[in-house]
Design a binder for this molecule. Structure first.
Ligand code: CP3
Length: 345
């Protein structure tokens, strides 16, 4: 079957469908026993990401378990900071740590140039996954937004408020912008290579959009996402690849997200005042069940899911997903239950 006839691509083209396509952010991960079995063979998470055969197996696990409508490349957004030499490591119960994080404005001026060939292991994983997937299941490639990658690179680790990052961008605005443009160029080259290797759809994760206020968000994040999307739409290699934008709890209105020219907006779980009328025929929408609902009873899962499906019932181009990623405390049984619910609706 031609990929353009798949439910997921049809929805991204803003077609009205009777059953929405389904996939889940972080659909491959620690909540699955199959994943944990493979994970325990690797000390450092990034070493696992550097093994294209293993990445292929991991990307297929949720497809085989839940019969989803799209697969996502198994990798991480921190591959780009790693290729910039920032020394990414994942420490148990702590998350990512960047051993050579950006500390001064000079670190940005002296940054080594990004070489997309450093990430050949990612493109190899893409090719392997594409070859292993049924021909009707599209593969999503991805990157972090320039802002989200800058936040990890400046903070050196995950953080609640990213205080160091906010102080840095306020005290070194010129270099902050230089860094964001270097990251934007890197994201473009990286996604272009992912498309050449076989991905069908792009998702940009702006996972730390929430730490910027309404004044800062365009200046430090969305302007760079916009440039990235313009570059992708202008390049013959990437111009036909649909782009989904996920931003975590952005402190701005829906129009701002739509103005990035993304083809689809992936709604955060609390985005309940999103203007569907305004979005109609401009973008496809994806989302947005609160992943925490999957820790509740089947009755609650059913009523919350029904409310979301009712809301998007007449929206042309709707993809069912969560409003953020699946977490390790969620049971695969609940994911199965949810998927069946949406298909039966
Ligand atoms: O199915 C999939 O989505 C798998 C591919 C994938 C991973 N990370 C694997 C992963 C994707 C698309 C990501 C994106 C990613 N990585 C984001 C954006 C999505 C979001 O949640 O907002 C972010 C912010 C990261 C950075 C990151 N990676 C953190 C903060 C952590 C540690 C916290 C955690 O959840 O463990 C990771 C590690 C990570 N990335 C794991 C997986 C499966 C778990 C690592 C492990 O098994 O130890």
């Amino acid at each position: 079957m031609n990929i353009s006839k798949s439910l997921f691509i049809k929805a991204l083209n803003k077609e009205k469908l009777t059953t929405p396509p389904i996939w889940y952010m972080r659909q491959a991960g620690r909540y699955m026993p199959e994943y944990r079995n493979i994970r325990k063979k690797f000390k450092n998470f990034l070493d696992m990401c550097k093994n294209p055969e293993v990445c292929c197996e991991l990307a297929l696990q949720p497809i085989n378990a839940f019969n989803l409508d799209a697969a996502i490349l198994f990798s991480d957004i921190l591959t780009i900071p790693d290729a910039f030499g920032l020394g990414v490591e994942f420490i148990e119960n702590e998350g990512p740590v960047l051993n050579n994080s950006i500390k001064t404005a000079n670190d940005i001026n002296n940054l080594i140039p990004f070489n997309p060939d450093e990430l050949n292991y990612v493109y190899k994983a893409v090719t392997n996954i594409k070859n292993a997937l049924p021909s009707n299941i599209p593969l999503i490639g991805f990157c972090g937004s320039p802002w989200t990658l800058a936040a990890y690179s400046l903070e050196g680790r995950s953080s609640k408020n990213f205080d160091k990052t906010i102080a840095f961008i306020n005290n070194n605005e010129k270099e902050a912008h230089l860094f964001l443009s270097k990251l934007t160029d890197a994201c473009f080259l990286y996604l272009r290579k992912q498309v050449q290797a076989g991905i069908d759809v792009i998702q940009i994760f702006d996972s730390w959009a929430n730490i910027l206020n309404a004044d800062e968000i365009n200046n430090f994040s969305f302007n760079y996402i916009k440039s990235l999307i313009v570059a992708l739409k202008q390049d013959p290699v990437t111009s036909n690849t649909p782009i989904i934008l996920f931003a975590r709890d952005p402190k701005c209105n829906a129009n701002t997200l739509i103005k990035t020219s993304a083809d689809c907006i992936s709604l955060y779980w609390s985005a309940n005042n999103f203007d569907l009328k305004y979005a109609r025929d401009k973008v496809a929408l994806q989302g947005n069940l609160d992943p925490k609902i999957l820790l509740q009873s089947n009755e609650i899962i059913r009523s919350e899911t029904k409310a979301i499906l009712d809301k998007f019932k007449n929206f042309p181009g709707y993809i069912f997903n969560l409003g953020h990623g699946l977490t390790p405390d969620i049971s695969p049984e609940k994911v199965k239950y949810l998927t069946e619910l949406v298909r039966e609706y």
